[in-house]
Ligand binder design. Structure first.
Ligand code: GRF
Length: 222
């Protein structure tokens, strides 16, 4: 018997390109999750109209309407529950959350961050990576904890940093990786193939014959 698909609520604040990659992935009949709703704290978020055009239930909950963070989160929480959401996927959701909201969704809320965490938490990750001269950058999907950009890591993707990179070119390379990584990580999580164990995520079936290191510059050019 096929397992029932997990209902996912996506939280956005803007463009929504990661949201689009999740929507596209969930259209596959064998994908273990479906999108129950897309909610934005910014009514003007471009992603809201993109999702609506694809027949997804959308809702704007403008944080500016609320006196306190708690009041905003209580409406957000009610909306997620009304849509029967089981997993929350933050995708460019630019709003700090209280620890009580995060705890209500403990081990059921994911986030994507454009760096190889725990390096470069916070904003301007690509500019900071370029300033440091790192050779590999990347992105991370993790389970949300109250601390900013922290929590058990489900999956990461690494991309090379090129000598001529600007914040924009590096950001575009990382974003392209994000669009494959998030659907992959959500699939692992929703299917139960990736399980939170304390502050780590363990894979039910860990691939053992694919442990090839990524070198940059490539070994062949040394
Ligand atoms: C992405 O880079 C994501 O990692 C970060 O915010 C950006 C959102 O982009 N959290 P989009 O709205 O998914 O296009």
């Amino acid at each position: 018997m096929t397992e029932r698909k997990k209902r996912v609520g996506i939280l956005i604040s803007g463009r929504g390109s990661n949201m689009e990659s999740l929507i596209a992935a969930t259209r596959r009949s064998d994908y273990p999750a479906e999108i129950a709703c897309v909610i934005s704290n910014r009514p003007e978020a471009r992603g809201l109209s993109t999702a609506a055009a694809q027949g997804i239930a959308t809702q704007a909950i403008d944080h500016k309407r609320f006196q306190t963070r708690e009041a905003f989160e209580s409406e957000l929480d009610a909306a997620l529950r009304a849509h029967g959401v089981e997993i929350v996927a933050c995708a460019g959701f630019m709003r700090m959350m209280t620890s009580s909201f995060v705890d209500q969704w403990r081990d059921r809320m994911l986030n994507i961050h454009p760096s190889l965490l725990p390096a470069y938490k916070g904003l301007h990750t690509h500019a900071r990576a370029l300033a440091d001269g790192v050779k590999l950058a990347g992105c991370t999907v993790h389970v949300v904890r109250p601390e900013l950009d922290q929590g058990p890591i489900i999956a990461q993707a690494a991309v090379p940093v090129l000598d001529g990179d600007s914040e924009e070119t590096l950001g575009a390379r990382v974003l392209q990786a994000e669009h494959s990584l998030y659907p992959h990580a959500l699939s692992l999580f929703a299917s139960g193939d990736a399980i939170v164990s304390g502050e780590r995520v363990l894979l039910k079936k860990e691939p053992v014959n694919q442990t090839i290191p990524l070198y940059w510059p490539p070994l062949s050019q040394l």
